[in-house]
Design a protein around this ligand. Structure first.
Ligand SMILES: *[C@@H]1O[C@H](CO)[C@@H](O)[C@H](O)[C@H]1NC(C)=O
Ligand SMILES: *[C@@H]1O[C@H](CO)[C@@H](O)[C@H](O)[C@H]1NC(C)=O
Ligand SMILES: *[C@@H]1O[C@H](CO)[C@@H](O)[C@H](O)[C@H]1NC(C)=O
Ligand SMILES: *[C@@H]1O[C@H](CO)[C@@H](O)[C@H](O)[C@H]1NC(C)=O
Ligand SMILES: *[C@@H]1O[C@H](CO)[C@@H](O)[C@H](O)[C@H]1NC(C)=O
Ligand SMILES: *[C@@H]1O[C@H](CO)[C@@H](O)[C@H](O)[C@H]1NC(C)=O
Ligand SMILES: *[C@@H]1O[C@H](CO)[C@@H](O)[C@H](O)[C@H]1NC(C)=O
Ligand SMILES: *[C@@H]1O[C@H](CO)[C@@H](O)[C@H](O)[C@H]1NC(C)=O
Ligand SMILES: [Zn+2]
Length: 309
């Protein structure tokens, strides 16, 4: 029962500091007695809810919404925004400071608290949380943001149906890419191999650097939940369509260096993702090609009506 004690002491993925509502729930990914199939039971009333994440995104069912405009990413270009990296026993979490996001049909500015990652077992055993038309990607990065008006109080965030805004980015293996920022980020994994360890991140790379290659104006939107207990249904989800390309050698580091407890004999941190939950309505940018087609059909109809052309 050693795992139970460690799980009870586990640091919450959400909270940037010690305060966290769900650190008493003994949930896990690796053991059938506490893995995600048990969460609806061990972490009711939210994990058994009706607005749960992650979901499979059925791209043909996503409806157009012209309100889904561009975001403004404040300080994503800052090379001092990432302050600390930590092994929580469930993921790798990077604390963010002085970063926020607005636009994108969010109702106010959201303060960026942290990002963390989900993965499988190396680049060949994928572990993204969301899937797209059934496809699972090797990894998924989540930036967790809280309504700025809540002034850093995450307990307010998890109690509000749109209290949090999560930005999800798929990570794909591409050995032709040499990513200095991902090289820098993963270089810290050797310093945090055990659960509970953390280390300061030296200035030098930015969120923009880590997210290179993603057109951040193309995304899916739906209302969902945290993907870890207590699975609070408080999250406005944004999942970006483009992927971040990272060399497979770096992806493989996540599943081979990190332990889930604070001993080197504890299991490796692998398959740290929740399985797909029942579908939710997904929206996306109104397709410009469709509106162009409608426009030309409209012109055609107009010219036919006028007896021209
Ligand atoms: C390791 O974790 C156990 C509980 O899981 C705790 O009692 C112990 O203090 C931790 N040791 C270190 C060195 O952090
Ligand atoms: C999770 O637990 C269920 C039984 O509760 C088991 O069937 C399943 O294989 C487990 N999954 C993993 C990844 O351990
Ligand atoms: C989830 O569990 C709680 C507590 O047992 C219960 O009150 C609630 O009705 C359940 N929700 C659903 C959707 O089953
Ligand atoms: C970040 O972007 C802002 C707005 O475009 C700009 O004013 C600022 O100089 C940039 N900072 C860095 C570190 O590049
Ligand atoms: C968002 O971040 C920018 C840049 O750090 C800052 O000027 C602005 O005040 C922040 N907005 C809110 C609502 O926190
Ligand atoms: C992960 O992959 C390694 C190397 O292929 C393998 O030894 C290990 O059993 C795998 N772990 C799980 C939980 O599948
Ligand atoms: C969520 O918080 C916002 C901002 O404080 C507030 O306007 C809204 O009513 C809240 N929604 C719910 C469901 O509590
Ligand atoms: C990380 O560990 C290496 C040795 O493995 C050490 O040289 C380095 O200073 C450590 N980095 C930090 C930021 O503690
Ligand atoms: Zn996550």
């Amino acid at each position: 029962m050693k795992w139970l004690v460690a799980a009870l002491a586990a640091v919450c993925v959400l909270a940037p500091s010690a305060h966290c509502a769900d650190d008493t729930i003994a949930w896990c990914y690796h053991d059938p007695t506490c893995n995600d199939t048990t969460w609806p039971t061990i972490a009711a009333p939210f994990c058994n809810g009706t607005r749960q994440s992650p979901i499979n995104i059925d791209t043909s069912a996503a409806t157009g919404n012209s309100a889904l405009g561009p975001f403004t990413f404040h300080n994503f270009n800052s090379t001092t925004a990432m302050t600390k990296i930590e092994n929580t026993g469930k993921t790798i979490k990077v604390a963010l400071s002085n970063v926020n996001v607005s636009g994108g049909d969010l109702s106010e500015t959201y303060q960026s608290l942290q990002f963390h990652l989900h993965w499988g077992n190396g680049s060949s055993v994928p572990g993204s949380e969301h899937t797209v038309d059934g496809k699972r990607y090797p990894m998924e990065l989540h930036i967790v943001n809280l309504r700025a008006s809540f002034n850093g109080d995450t307990s307010l965030g998890i109690a509000n149906s749109t209290g949090l805004a999560a930005l999800g980015f798929f990570i794909e293996a591409d050995d032709a890419t040499s990513s200095a920022s991902w090289q820098s980020l993963t270089s810290y994994l050797d310093n945090i191999t055990l659960s509970g360890q953390s280390v300061a991140i030296a200035p030098g790379f930015s969120l923009d650097d880590l997210l290179t290659g993603v057109d951040r104006e193309k995304y899916w939107r739906y209302l969902g939940s945290l993907t870890t207990p207590a699975c609070n249904e408080a999250v406005v989800w944004t999942v970006f369509k483009d992927t971040v390309k990272v060399p497979s050698s770096l992806i493989n580091m996540f599943s081979t260096k990190l332990h889930i407890f604070n001993t080197t004999s504890s299991p490796m941190m692998v398959n740290v993702f929740r399985n797909i939950q029942p579908n939710q309505a997904v929206t996306t940018q109104a397709a410009s090609s469709t509106s162009k087609t409608c426009y030309s059909l409209g012109l055609l109809a107009l010219s036919l009506a006028l007896g021209r052309s």
